[in-house]
Every structure is written in structure tokens, then in C-alpha cells.
Design a protein around this ligand. Sequence first.
Ligand code: GLC
Length: 594
Amino acid sequence: MLGAVELRCGLLLGMMTMVGLNAQMVKAATGEGPGAAAIVVPAGAGAGGGDSWWRHAVLYEIYPRSFQDSNGDGIGDINGITSRLDYLKDLGIDAIWITPMYPSPGVDYGYDISDYTAIDPEYGTMADFDHMVAEAKARGIRVIMDYVINHTSDQNAWFKESRSSRDNPKRDWYVWRDGKIGEDGKLGPPNNWQSWFGHSAWTWDETTKQYYYHYFYVQQPDLNWKNPEVRKAMYGVLEFWMKHGVAGFRIDAVSRLFEDPEMRDDPYMPGYNAYGDRNIQHKYTDDLPEVHDVLREVRKVVDAFPGDPVLVTEADEPNIGELTKMYGVDGKNDEVQLPMDFQIADVNELSAVKFRKLFDEVEANTAKGQPEYFFSNHDQRRQWDRYGDGVHNDQIAKLMAALLLTTRGTPQMYYGEEIGMRTTDPARIEDVHDPIGKLGWPKEKGRDGERTPMQWDASVHAGFTTGKPWLPVPPSAATYNVQVESQNPDSIYSTYKRLLALRKSEPALRDGAYEAVNESDEHVFAYLRKSGDETLLVALNMSAAARTIAVKSAGREADVLYRSPLGKMGLKAETVSLGKIELEPFGFVVARVK
Ligand code: GLC
């Protein structure tokens, strides 16, 4: 009998023929040997180069608290991330976005920042950070920081000053208003605006007898972006991190920056939310036009640095019109290069029809901006559960990997998605960390479930920590982990790894034009990717039944570069007729048209 390694080598030899990889690249794809650096990297894409690297990069979001602990305190840290850079390199990642690691009281787990230009001791030191950036750069991996632009912590020195008196020089750095006498004759908040995290967005401050505004938690007062000093200070933050070698920023909650100057009440909608509040439409606090003035300024600040810095926005825009504006108003492309596409992330249903429509839409965006795709992040239930049907979840996870990594755009992964991590909610309210989970229990269990420790191996805490992990390691870690899955050529992990390697070796997948085919097929989402003489076909069966499709294209046959599930062909070379492409339930094919 063949041992696991021999078997894997045999399978890979087959794959080499199929995808035209050389031996060094195969070593890289298996993570064996020094060849890990040999995967074809697009020209000029090494850290520090600048050729719009972000157009063909794969981004990977790290929730630092949960990625890798290096000192046994049960909390992930910077040195932990550094120790896993080889893993990321080997997987095929080009840039990591790390969620906030700045000093913070931790009410919103780092999204309440008390000092923007330092590292929270929980995560390490500035020296650790610089070391991580240098080590990442040595591996061609860029580091993107989180820029929490809309609000600070109430423990930030700026807010402490602001709240100290009405005539403090920093009073106007935040949004302060008088209360209003309500119908009951009592003094209440200035209007009906609600916090995204439940209840009024206004909190009374006894010292100065006014209300302050917070789109999120009470402990996250909103900055007043109309104030030029706020802008100056916050742009200084960008410069500080650029000087520490970062490659750009993911801008948090950017559409919430401005509020209606007339302070009009938001319209109510039917029903109640998980916190018991009436539903409202955030009409007067979201997507005000001034947001774009700030984004243009932010872009100018980072553009003054070399290396083509990137801006990614959390922009959960309601439609393609608003999303397009994030690239720049009037098609100008002078704001954000990569606005995250929440429309696509949140289809939440395996629907070829819906995906085709949305991909076509963003493909045709009038700013000609680069799409940015993702399916999971630290605020969303993991895609394994959201897209899984309860029966074929693993195969669906592989299908989603193919959708993410073969469409035209910049893909963004979330740690653990490559091994099929699932959402593991706390069982009891006493175990909940995320405050919205405490407030909304049991309807809203909070976001702990998608932030559990990375599952590296089958050891007691999954290789995440030697101490007690801050959130429990899910039971699924016994079989869903990097170590176990890397032994199985048809695992979710191996599928991601091969697709990532294909993206690097095939220019058509990386940068090629996108063209939808078979547009009336309700079950199979299929498209071509074209670059020069190369045409690749991708066909994704989004249904639980086997399907056979015929594709009209210039060629008549295609060499299969990758098929999932591997099935009886395994990784052997396969040529298919374009008139008859067979797909297993939730299966997919990536093939080169001859
Ligand atoms: C963003 C973050 C989220 C955070 C919120 C407030 O949506 O992704 O985690 O709670 O902003 O900062």
C-alpha cells in the first residue's frame, strides 16, 4: 500500500501534467521544500513593487485574537501571526488584512480604539509589529491594517477631553447635541436614530448635560468628520502606519461617517429587531455625499507613499450604484480601489441566477473599478453554514472556493475558511463575549461563533495555544484542521490550495476578461476567462443533482485543469468535449479550451 506522502506525490504528478506546473511549483503547492517561493508571482508584485499589485492579489483576513497564540495566554498575537507566515505563503496568500490590534478597552474587541498609533500589549509590541512586517515582506506578503475611521473608544484621550467641558478645544471632535423634550414632557435624545448594536444612538453625558452620538456601542463615540482638526489627526494615523511599512488599509464602517445636519428622524420600517427596537431605515446617517470627500482625501494621503498602497472599504452598500461610487463619484476612480462587495457575499443561497446577475452587474460598473469578493468575515456567520445545505456542506465549501478564486476580481478569504471552519456559537448566554450577543440573546447570539480559534491540528487546543483559549475550540477541530486536511487531496484545504496555485499559474484566471456563458442555465453558473490566446472555462454546478452542460465556444474540447469532487478520475489528465461537460452535485470544473 502506498503511504500518504507517496500517494500524494503520485496524485500531484498527475496534476503537474494537467496544469502544466513544474516540479518546483508542485513542491510549493504541497508546501514541501524551498520551492515554496517558486510559485509564479506576477511581475512586480513583490512587496514594495507597485503595479496595481492588488488587482491580482489574494487577500486573507486575520482576526489576530484567534489566529495563533505565541505566549500561552490564550489570545492570539503578532508573534503568532509571524510564526504562521510560511503557512500563508505556502497557501498562496499575497496580503493579510489584520483586524485592529491597537490599544483598546476591548468592548468591541479592538474596534474601540484608545490610541491609534500604538500596539495593544495583548498583541505584542511595536518591535514585534515591525518584525512581522519585515518577515511578511521577505515572503512577498503585504500587510493591510484596519482603519477605524468612524468612531474611537470613549477611553481615547480625545474623547476624554471632549467630554470634559463644553468649551474644551476638542469638544467639536465628536457629535454633541442638546436633548429634546418628548411627548411625555421628559428630556430625551435629539432624535430617533438608532445604534446598529441596539437602542438609541445617543447617550446622555451628565458632566456637560448633552448627548453624544454613537452609531455603534455606547463606548464608541462617533468622530465629527466635519472638523478639520479631526481630519488632520486621522490622516496622521495613516501616515504613521504607512511609515511602518503597511501596504494599505481596510476602512471600517465608512458609510457611517456623516449625519444629516437637519437631524431628521429616520423612517420606521415594519417589525422589531433582535434587541426589541422598532426597525428603522438608517436613511439620515448612512452614505451621505460627504463620505466621498473624505475618501478622496484619504486616497491622496496614502498615494503620497510608494508601492501603490491599497484602500479596501467595508462598504455594505445596498446596490451597485452606491458600490460604484466607492471607487469614485462620476466614474473617477479617485477613492477606494477595492470596495468589498456585500451584495455578492450576502446572496446566502446557491443560486446561479442571482450570482450571475450580480457578477455581471459589478463587472459592468461604470467606474471600471476592480471587484472585491469575499464570503466570510468576522461579522458574518461562516460560509460553510450559510451556503451549506446540511448534507453537502464540504462539497459546497469547495464550490464556493472556486467561485471566489476563479471570477474576475480580488478575492478575500477569512482565516479558517480554507479548512471549512464552521460557526460555533456559545451554548449559554454566560459564555458570550460579544456584547451584542448578550443584548440580543437568544435571537442574536453575537459574533463569537465566527471568531473561534484557528484549527491547526487535532491536538487539545488545535495548535492555537498552549494555554486556555479565549474562545473554546470547536469540536469540529478534530477532523477539520490544517494538518489532517493537508493529507487528503480532496479536502477543502487541498481544493483551496490548488485553486490558489492555478490562479498564480494561469494569467487568464488571475487577470483575464470575464464572459458569462449559458446565461439561461438556472443551475450551473458558467463563464470564460480570457487572456491573450488562453481561454479557460469555469462551470459551477449550484444544485444537488448531477448536471451535464454544453458550452458554445470557439474551441470544441477542453483540458480539465481541476475537477471537484476529484471522483474516479482522481487527478489524472482529462479532456472533455465542450458539448458534454458532466458535473457532479455541487461539483465544478476548471478547464482550458483547446
Ligand atoms: C465594523 C466591524 C465590526 C465592528 C463595527 C464597529 O462593522 O467590522 O466588527 O463591530 O465596525 O466598529
